[in-house]
Design a protein around this ligand. Structure first.
Ligand SMILES: [Zn+2]
Length: 381
């Protein structure tokens, strides 16, 4: 793929993203397919774009967590890069890409509308650097176990009236009230519009994650004032798998549908990889559970992660708990490499990753290359 970034704006409003996608779709009707794979509680479509004619299928998605705005920027960049290729290009002949730019539109809107009320494309890098600095200071205090007001909340001025959808704004207002929080947490909102975190809405370990949250009571570090046992801005799993979490359900149905190709021996098409993008930390979380892991699967994951790492230099993490939604796919799908990538080595959602634009641009290019190198590698090219 071409060594270039294409989008001018790093943080776009939801409407602007939908417009950009609409223009891309209209200009590439012959080779870009669009499919609505679900609808959120407040009626936003969850769209998936398909490009390529290859038998090996790859799914990429961004913004599971609302505030991880950089992931949608990245996934859109990947889509545009693929559209720059000629239809005859090897990559599009060998692979079919399924791309979901925003899995959690409601969370994206809640976070981005408050960010965009504070920053323009001109001021972004400067404000982001200040935000990152204050955020890291707050972390140092939080690490001592102290619970005190966070200074980073004051860098961006937030208000529920920045959220353009009144019904959703009302829901958000009620969640804040019940959590005894004020509007300053809106930029870091990772859940959907009814306060369920799509990544915590575990498919295979729901009871375990509820128990874990009961013990935690509040989120970690600088978020240690945010409850995780009631509908909240982050980490609340909901009352049951897929309950009030159409984002998770839509993804599940789509992945399950794609995976039928793998279980049908007559079908030559196969799903080979899923890349789920999160942000901050520059980490790769992808070890499947040891139970049920065979030699072949272990090799696929070890080598797949190492290959991805070669391009980006991220740290491979073996987490203690594996209750997240992607962990389900890692356990369940035997022959698919399911990677969770924490984009951006910088800390501080939603704008920390934009504190060094030059560095971010390089990371975006490296991640694009990492995707192609990884899928080529696992499919024996
Ligand atoms: Zn995340």
């Amino acid at each position: 793929m071409e060594e270039k970034n294409f989008l001018k704006n790093y943080i776009m409003s939801y409407d602007k993203i939908m417009n950009t996608l609409y223009v891309l779709f209209c200009n590439n009707r012959k080779r870009l397919e669009k499919r609505k794979i679900g609808v959120t509680t407040f009626n936003y479509p969850i769209d998936c774009y398909k490009i390529g004619n290859g038998k090996k299928h790859v799914l990429l998605y961004g913004t599971t967590h609302g505030s991880e705005l950089v992931t949608t920027y990245f996934v859109l960049e990947v889509l545009i890069s693929l559209l720059q290729l000629s239809s005859e290009d090897r990559i599009l002949q060998e692979y079919t890409f399924h791309i979901i730019p925003i899995l959690n539109p409601e969370g994206y809107i809640i976070s981005s509308s408050n960010v965009l009320a504070n920053v323009s494309s001109v001021s972004l890098e400067k404000i982001a650097a200040e935000y990152l600095r204050v955020y890291n200071q707050d972390d140092e205090v939080a690490m001592t176990g102290k619970k005190c007001p966070k200074a980073f909340y004051n860098v961006l001025k937030s208000n529920i009236y920045n959220i353009p959808n009144h019904k959703m704004a009302r829901s958000v207002g009620n969640i804040l009230k019940n959590c005894r929080l004020n509007a300053s947490v809106l930029p870091v909102w990772t859940a959907n519009g009814v306060g369920v975190d799509p990544n915590s809405n575990s498919i295979h370990c729901f009871k375990e994650i509820v128990e874990l949250r009961r013990k935690q009571k509040c989120a970690y570090l600088r978020y240690n004032d945010i409850p995780v046992t009631i509908p909240s801005p982050m980490s609340y799993p909901g009352v049951g798998t897929f309950c009030n979490c159409p984002e998770n359900h839509s993804l599940y149905q789509y992945v399950t549908g794609l995976y039928t190709m793998n279980t049908n021996s007559l079908n030559e098409n196969k799903l080979i990889a899923i890349f789920s993008y999160h942000s901050t930390g520059g980490e790769i979380y992808s070890f499947p559970n040891k139970n049920g892991m065979d030699e072949k699967k272990e090799k696929l994951y070890k080598m797949g992660m190492e290959k991805y790492k070669e391009n980006v230099g991220y740290t491979i993490i073996d987490p203690e708990t594996r209750y997240g939604v992607m962990d389900y796919y890692r356990d369940k799908l035997t022959d698919v490499l399911c990677l969770t990538i924490e984009l951006s080595k910088a800390n501080a959602n939603p704008i920390g990753p934009f504190a060094n634009i030059e560095g971010l641009n390089r990371e975006i290019l490296n991640n694009k290359k990492a995707i192609i190198d990884t899928i080529d590698f696992i499919s024996g090219n």
